[in-house]
Design a protein around this ligand. Structure first.
Ligand SMILES: *Cc1c(COP(=O)(O)O)cnc(C)c1O
Length: 370
């Protein structure tokens, strides 16, 4: 069994992919070009967003957005303690200081109740992460941002097509950033990323900054962050299937929910009211996480810990001298979370096999024996 079966997904649309790749070769449109322009149009229209600016990967999308919003030396940016490190390392890269915020018990996302005490006269913005395909409590975030004059970046690397109160995430804050890393819900065959925004100033700056500060006249210094034509052509094909694949992920999640319903000592993912989860990852919680994971591995079932520690507790942030008590919820989650196999073509039998293994683990390891 595979954790994510990209090959099966690609086999299912092989001829479409092949002809898209052939076109790129025949037209030599390798860097930017018509496929990239078409992708930017397609993605902006999918999100009914005024602008889509493509770039090399999801980390760059965050960095470009931060630069476009003016983050730099002397500024502070608040973000979640529970994410992939791109979210916080890009803040530091701009010269700004990262301020970590603990997460919500039920949804793994930044806890709006814990943001206000972190706001100082130097705070400029907040990066929220719609983690695992779940949504952040955006009403509360936007109210805080408005009250304190802050901008908001939504890191949507794991949440393509997720909705909050009927709105696609990525369109609620100032900027939405996306990764098209192969394993993401919309994945290329290499690295790719993009940001969407309705703000002309952010779009203009981002376009310049990502392309060496302009072509004929370099009006400023920038970086080189481009989407390849090949990746864009592949993404244009896969974009046509994204809604169906997202629906299939939801069906898989519903099946796991039902199968795990009566299994003791397992907490299944909760979904925020009025939100649509897109299950980039299906993450359960259990007190016996490490033993369960080892047992699953022995039985040929892959699982992943996303992520083994809260961000502030990695060595990269040892300068802050944080302890797990500074982020009690994220720290507790880091000890208990386990991501089960999840992809659009995951079969019913495979899911039953996963859940049967979890059940037999519990029969062998009753919690009272620990
Ligand atoms: C994958 C991911 C990124 C980074 O995307 P890349 O394309 O790998 O640079 C950023 N944030 C989150 C939450 C991610 O999961």
């Amino acid at each position: 069994m595979k954790f994510v079966d990209l090959n099966a997904l690609h086999q299912s649309i092989e001829s479409e992919l092949q002809s898209a790749i052939d076109t790129v070769i025949r037209t030599s449109s390798f860097i930017r070009g018509t496929h990239v322009e078409q992708f930017e149009k397609n993605y902006a229209s999918l999100y009914t967003s005024k602008h889509c600016i493509s770039c090399a990967n999801g980390t760059d999308a965050l960095f470009i957005a931060l630069k476009a919003l003016g983050a730099g030396l002397g500024d502070e940016v608040i973000t979640t303690a529970h994410s992939w490190i791109s979210t916080s390392e890009t803040i530091t890269l701009t010269g700004a200081d990262v301020r970590f915020c603990d997460t919500e018990e039920d949804y793994f996302c930044i806890d709006p109740n814990k943001i206000e005490p972190l706001i100082t006269s130097r705070t400029r913005g907040i990066i929220v992460v719609h983690l695992y395909g779940q949504t952040v409590d955006m009403d509360r975030i936007m109210a805080l941002a408005q009250a304190h004059g802050l901008w908001v970046i939504e890191d949507c690397a794991q949440s393509h097509l997720a909705t909050y109160k009927g709105r696609l995430v990525g369109t609620i804050g100032d900027v939405g950033t996306f990764s098209f890393y192969p394993g993401k819900n919309l994945g290329a065959m290499g690295d790719a990323g993009a940001l969407i925004t309705s703000r002309d100033d952010v779009a203009d700056y981002s376009t310049l900054f990502a392309r060496h500060g302009g072509k004929n006249n370099h009006v400023m210094e920038g970086i080189n962050s481009r989407m390849d034509g090949l990746q864009a052509a592949i993404l244009n094909v896969k974009l046509n299937h994204l809604e169906k694949w997202t629906e299939q992920r939801r069906l898989c999640a519903n099946r796991y929910d039902a199968l795990l319903h009566d299994v003791a000592n397992i907490t299944t993912p909760k979904v925020r009211a009025d939100s649509k989860h897109v299950y980039h990852l299906y993450v359960i919680r259990t007190k016996q996480r490490d033993a369960l994971r080892a047992f699953l591995k022995e039985n040929g079932i892959p699982s992943i810990i996303n992520y083994p520690r809260p961000l502030p507790l990695y060595s990269a942030y040892s300068r802050f001298r944080y302890t797990p008590d500074d982020f009690p919820v994220a720290s507790q989650h880091a000890r208990e979370i386990l991501s089960l196999p999840m992809h659009p073509l995951l079969r019913d039998e495979e899911q039953q096999e996963v859940v049967e293994a979890i059940e037999s683990f519990h029969n062998d390891h009753p919690l009272s024996m620990r």
